[in-house]
Design a protein around this ligand. Structure first.
Ligand code: PLP
Length: 358
């Protein structure tokens, strides 16, 4: 099948002349910046650090976050030009809708039970949602997905490892879809750092219809900075850069992320620890009489099916322990999703569970 990006892009986006910011238009060497109506005196923040961090917040940030992208490129082994950074993955997902889907006309495919934002963003953008449920083993129904497509199908969302089930999708299934799905395949790898499976970010040259989303909110521990990563072909990244708000990543987030990304060792240690803690929890959960199924997890959470999820949820809440009740999700009746905490938090959880009388 021949892939033609332009046939998938909305007409108004193809013709869009993007906003050209002050920092965009001038590229030479300069020392006096009177082009952006900033406050040249500084910011009221105290100047900290050698370069006076506070003073720098009076200037607009780099719209394309090159420093941050170069650092990410080094860590991820993907050229900086193939990365777009969003205000959380949630912005990346929304941008994908706005670039590819004509409201009231186009449709997308999602595979429940999965991450809720794909459907919310479809509804916000008035885009039809076609649901092709995961199989009983929480795997992709490849045939069902392909059958659900028509000429107006633009996007397929594959979450792997999947939230809330925790498992990874079979790689062969994803490859089959990348080769045969008539639109863009978006693989959400929010939990890839915890997974035994290989990322798809090395496959961008292989698949021109591939977008991979990752985030700094989970393993990287930077949920509050709102940094989502999008990897795709240069042509797709061009579209994202055209449509995104010019200064979507603020300077504080850029600077703090640059600092945090130097600490890969700490992050890798935490990942190892979380995986160890997960194994402990899985074994302990299996011994609890009211737990029916402990699902395999490639992520930093565990999905369990219990006799009565609402009762157990309430019990844990009364012990000041909050978990996620996923009972109402497709295929998740009586299921709770439990994040892996610190050893102390996990101990707390286990002691509460052991005292629970169903
Ligand atoms: C947590 C999560 C994200 C992260 O979203 P951010 O907006 O980057 O914080 C993305 N996708 C899935 C499936 C998630 O569970």
């Amino acid at each position: 099948m021949k892939f033609e990006l332009s046939s998938l892009v909305r007409g108004n986006i193809k013709n869009l002349k993007p906003y050209s910011s002050a920092r965009h238009e001038f590229t030479g060497k300069a020392s006096v910046f009177l082009d952006a109506n900033e406050n040249g005196y500084g910011s009221p923040l105290p100047a900290t650090g050698e370069e006076g961090l506070g003073a720098r917040f009076n200037r607009y940030p780099d719209p394309l976050q090159w420093q941050l992208k170069f650092q990410l490129a080094g860590i991820k082994g993907v050229p900086a030009e193939n990365i777009c950074i969003g205000n959380g993955s949630d912005e990346i997902i929304d941008l994908a809708y706005r670039i590819f889907c004509d409201p009231g006309k186009d449709n997308v495919i999602i595979c429940p039970p999965t991450y809720g934002m794909y459907a919310v963003n479809a509804e916000i953008n008035d885009v039809e949602i076609r649901k092709v449920n995961l199989t009983a083993a929480f795997q992709l129904d490849v045939e069902g997905i392909l059958q659900a497509t028509d000429n107006n199908t633009k996007l397929l969302f594959v979450c792997s490892p999947n939230n809330p089930t925790g498992n990874s999708m079979n790689r062969a299934d994803v490859q089959l879809l990348l080769n045969n799905f008539p639109g863009i395949v978006i693989i959400d790898e929010a939990y890839i750092n915890y997974s035994k499976q290989k990322t798809f970010i090395q496959e961008l040259t292989e698949y021109p219809n591939l977008i991979v989303i990752q985030t700094l909110s989970k393993a990287w521990g930077l949920a509050a900075l709102r940094l989502g990563l999008c990897y795709a072909s240069l042509d797709i990244i061009d579209l994202f850069n055209k449509v995104k708000p010019p200064y979507n990543i603020n300077e504080a987030s850029q600077q703090l992320a640059l600092e945090a990304l130097q600490n890969t060792e700490q992050v890798n240690e935490w990942i190892k620890e979380v995986v160890q803690q997960k194994e402990i929890l899985i074994n302990e959960f299996r011994d609890l009489s009211f737990v029916r199924t402990v699902y395999a997890s490639d992520a930093n959470f565990i999905l369990i099916r219990v006799d009565d999820a609402n009762l157990l949820y309430q019990y844990l809440a009364s012990n000041e322990i909050v978990v996620r009740n996923r009972s109402k999700e497709t295929g998740c009746q009586n299921c709770l999703r439990i994040s892996i905490g610190t050893p102390a938090e996990n101990k707390n959880l286990l002691s509460a569970l052991k005292k629970y009388i169903p």
